[in-house]
Design a protein. Structure first.
Length: 289
């Protein structure tokens, strides 16, 4: 208990230094939280896209229904297609109207069923078959465009990997910055209390009794900074969730589950404790050997 009182006394006596340490640390954990939201959202987006029909085949407006049926039969005979969904021009118009209901009505009036193509939505038994299926239908004279969803997913995966790499580098840089700041501040505290430390040693205080308040001070900076950083990121997420939901529409990314958010907070607090202990150890073992 006395060690905790000493720790609180050390923090209270130098509020500006404490604020500087907490401010740097909260920036680190704010970035970690935002990065976690982006990665979680990307993973949900990829999972959602992978659950959709994996290729879309659009037909020319002059395509005959008999030819479309023959192509469907040809695809089914390959044994590599698990589902083929046909969308007529009227159905395509209904989908278009539903997806643009919040936009300018004049834009919808310019689009009629005759301007939209009929299409197949194809799901393969194995995603590896998709490239072969798409290449096969491309040769048909009634097909004017194919959309290969696997290409979209691959690009999204590549973007997610790139974001992950950049995020890891940025977080590592900010974590090192936090460690250096805590080390510097603890060193300053030790320098200011040299006389008190010498007196404590003269009256028989052990090395760990002297070190613990400084170690707990670094841990306190880490925990407070982590909680504030998470709270700020959560506030930003909560404020922007309605806008994000309306933007992504069918993709069920937001809101993020409370289990994920609570787990993220717990993980950040544990990481903050590790950073605080590491930083404090670097300081006290250099100056309090």
């Amino acid at each position: 208990m006395k060690i905790l009182k000493t720790t609180w006394h050390n923090i209270r006596r130098s509020p500006y230094q404490a604020f500087a340490a907490i401010f740097i640390i909260l920036q680190t954990f704010f970035v970690i939280s935002i990065f976690a939201y982006v990665v979680a959202g990307s993973a949900k987006t990829i999972s959602y896209l992978e659950s959709l029909p994996q290729a879309h085949i659009f037909f020319r407006n002059d395509a005959d229904q008999e030819d479309i049926d023959l192509l469907k039969k040809k695809l089914e005979e390959t044994g590599k297609v698990s589902e083929i969904k046909f969308t007529s021009q009227e159905e395509a118009l209904k989908i278009y109207i539903e997806r643009t209901k919040d936009e300018d009505p004049l834009l919808r009036e310019l689009v009629t069923a005759s301007t939209l193509p009929t299409s197949f939505s194809i799901t393969a038994i194995d995603p590896d078959y998709l490239a072969e299926i798409v290449e096969m239908v491309k040769t048909s004279p009634i097909v004017y465009q194919t959309v290969f969803l696997k290409d979209v997913v691959s690009k999204l995966v590549d973007w997610t990997d790139a974001i992950r790499r950049v995020g890891v580098i940025l977080i590592a840089f900010l974590a090192l910055d936090s460690i250096f700041i805590i080390v510097i501040i603890i060193n300053i505290k030790i320098s200011q209390k040299k006389e008190d430390i010498n007196i404590m040693r003269l009256i028989g205080a052990g090395g760990w009794y002297i070190r613990w308040p400084f170690i707990l001070e670094g841990v306190s900076y880490g925990i407070i900074g982590a909680v504030i950083g998470w709270a700020l990121s959560f506030g930003a997420l909560w404020y922007s969730t309605p806008l994000l939901v309306s933007y992504f529409k069918e993709i069920p990314i937001f809101p993020l589950s409370w289990v994920f958010l609570a787990g993220l907070l717990l993980g950040e607090v544990l990481l903050a404790i590790v950073l605080g202990i590491l930083s404090s150890f670097l300081a006290v073992f250099r100056y309090l050997k």
